[in-house]
Design a protein around this ligand. Structure first.
Ligand code: AMP
Ligand code: MG
Length: 410
């Protein structure tokens, strides 16, 4: 048995989380269809083509401070102020020997000026400006192209555009961008026990919470999402619904029914109407997870338990959607923290326990468990701010041991 496959009581070793992610990465081909959107609508979208700047930034040499500008080669301790350069209304002309101009932050320097001295450092007597003897020349000036030069890359293809990127493009005068079209995603809950909000809870029924978690998790400008409601535990109905949805969407996500119970039809239906790439992974919570394809549509059958849904979404679904949308995906930082709780764990699966990470006054990172780690216990997930990631071969953690943590991102 390799390190990659882990110890399990089942005959065939389950795929590790890493192997499952690799399988998904290989199976999913990034979308190539693009659309042009105005800059404001590009927030959170995936850039389809690398964008270059057609102008220098700054476009002109300008002042970094309010003060007085002069040409260093003609500097004298006393200069005469011959005008003002405002941001947007520059001083037009060249400075002669003995001259300086009043200047404000962002204002263009006179043609031959190359230095600005802060207003706090000069003495003003009418138009006579006296500079300190030890004045530093060629300071407080923003040079042409020191931020971005003509033909420099502004952002590379595959970047998910941030607020800062929008500002960067705007500063370069870019109005429209080519982005990957939105992924069309349908999500469904499955289960005879589920009722919608506002309905009375008859005996044996529970409120459908997974569609609400998924609704939140899928909030992303690069996704076009459709809430498909609840599918009863009826194989024919499930099959018809999935076949229909596969025609209209790029991705179908279901929750529940992916186990081996008598009312669990997801794997069977996927087998019959599509292809199962894998089913079940060595992850806790989240073991009964199915991945495959129905026609041209990717299928992710998540477990039913509410915390297994949110955890598999973070660990498995997010990178899968990023891959499909052509986005460069950066794994979340995993860092070490001192575990201040004792953690129970059996060998076999990689666990994502829920913790609260804090930083002490001296900068140490401490993590505690939020308590009951049952995959149906949403409250301990709600109170957490991180996953405590325990490797398959870990058989529990003593107080004071170091553990890996990943901060929640959604
Ligand atoms: P299943 O995988 O369908 O056997 O579901 C596992 C557990 O998750 C059961 O206790 C279900 O009642 C529960 N569950 C399944 N779907 C949902 C849902 N949409 N909202 C809340 N709980 C669910
Ligand atoms: Mg079920």
């Amino acid at each position: 048995m390799t390190l990659e496959s882990c110890v399990t009581t089942e005959k065939k070793p389950l795929l590790t989380v890493k192997q499952a992610k690799q399988r998904i990465h290989e199976a999913i081909l990034p979308l190539l269809e693009t659309e042009i959107v105005p800059l404001k609508n590009a927030f959170g979208r995936v850039l389809a083509k690398t964008v270059f700047s057609s102008i220098d930034l700054p476009v002109a040499r300008n002042a970094a401070m309010d003060g007085y500008a002069f040409a260093s080669e003609m500097f004298a301790e006393k200069l005469t102020c011959v005008g003002t350069s405002w941001a947007g209304k520059p001083f037009i002309g060249e400075l002669k020997t003995g001259e300086c101009v009043r200047i404000f932050t962002g204002a263009v320097l006179p043609i031959n000026a190359d230095s600005v001295v802060m207003q706090e450092h000069v003495t003003v007597d009418g138009l006579q400006i006296t500079f300190p003897a030890d004045v530093k020349l060629k300071k407080n000036v923003r040079e042409i192209g020191e931020d971005v030069k003509v033909d420099d890359i502004l952002c590379e293809a595959g970047k998910t555009l941030s607020a800062i990127d929008l500002g960067l493009f705007a500063s370069a005068g870019i109005e429209n961008l080519s982005v990957i079209r939105k992924l069309k995603i349908a999500y469904f809950s499955t289960g005879d026990e589920l009722v919608g909000l506002g309905q009375p809870l008859a005996i044996g029924k529970i409120y459908d919470s997974n569609r609400y978690s998924l609704h939140g998790l899928l909030q992303n400008p690069s996704l076009d999402i459709f809430d498909g409601g609840v599918i009863a535990d009826d194989k024919a109905l499930l099959k018809n619904t999935l076949l229909q949805a596969a025609n209209d969407f790029d991705v179908i996500i279901t929750t529940g029914g992916a186990s081996v119970g008598e009312a669990d039809f997801v794997k069977e239906v996927l087998d019959e109407c599509g292809e199962v790439n894998f089913w079940k992974i060595a992850m806790k919570p989240g073991k009964p997870l199915a991945f495959g394809k129905i026609g041209g549509c990717y299928f992710l059958g998540l477990p039913g338990n509410p915390v297994a849904v949110t955890t598999t979404f973070d660990v498995i679904v997010k990178p899968a959607l990023a891959r499909l949308s052509g986005a460069n995906f950066a794994e979340s930082f995993e860092f070490l923290a001192i575990c201040a709780s004792e953690l129970k764990k059996s060998r076999g699966r990689q666990e994502f326990q829920r913790g609260i990470l804090t930083q002490t006054k001296t900068g140490e990172l401490h993590v505690i468990s939020t308590g009951n780690q049952g995959s149906h216990i949403l409250s301990t997930a709600s109170r957490a701010n991180c996953y405590i990631v325990l490797p398959p071969d870990c058989a529990g953690v003593q107080q004071g041991e170091m553990v890996s943590v990943i901060l929640f991102s959604s």
